[in-house]
Design a binder for this molecule. Sequence first.
Ligand code: CP
Ligand code: NVA
Length: 299
Amino acid sequence: MTRHFLDLDLVEGQDLRRIIDDARAFKDGALALKPMTGKTLAMIFDKPSTRTRVSFEVAARQLGGDPIVLYSRDMQLGRGETIEDTAKVLSRYVDAIMIRTDEHEKLNQLARYATIPVINGLTDRSHPCQVMADVMTIEQHRGPIRGKKLAWTGDGNNMVTSFIQAAVRFDFELAVACPPELMPEPEVLAWAGERQGRVSVTHDPAVAASDADVVLTDTWVSMGDADAERRHRLLAPFRVDGALMAKARGDAIFLHCLPAHRGEEVTAEVIDGPQSVVFDEAENRLHAQKAILAWCLAS
Ligand code: CP
Ligand code: NVA
């Protein structure tokens, strides 16, 4: 069975736990495997990236492999070659594919036709590799995530989809505060509800942040969003500032997947302050990518 890493609802909880533990072991130096020796990772980008691109590229090299970075605009994919044919061709050359794209269905199609592992490096719907690094970061600073309260405030976007799935898989409480116009996907909320996930949605950031162990947010305007002005208007009450952090536990930490916009979704006082762990979070992308690649290639 080809092991794809497409979304956190499609990977068993025990496998996700093992990936987090392996990521920690890679970071600590307890794991020094090179499961990509002689193997190649192709990375396809339909959207810009700093962290995902560099962390996957370095991860592949540190695991003994060779990364290839492809921008879809420079590929025949950008002039109409099908995803199906692209998947079949790349499967003859390389050992795994990571893709960052817009429509989630493009990721699914690539996985359907590839005979090698496909990894979701962000779509309009979800960002599972980032949330794995976030779980790792929370455990690094606050111990086991099980039973903790995480508060999300802002857009009900692709990060939220992956956090809702993670809440079920890792058994933590997730309180989402977002405007009614920018709610998380109903399907993912229903999926969590069917599994007794402890996920709640409010329109009041103070309610979500109350007694939280972790406060989370993200940009107000994701890549591909065309309604920046409307989003700024709707999301202004959801900014993370010192007053909102004061609603959380005294030892609460602040995470943001980055890139950040100081003065918009978060004040400089918070993101550059003592509760912020955003650069540990960015570093952990590297360790998490190594564990994700090792898991995919172990199939
Ligand atoms: N957080 C994240 O995915 O960053 P990049 O867009 O820089 O890859
Ligand atoms: N929600 C953001 C995440 C960036 C890493 C976006 O999709 O642009």
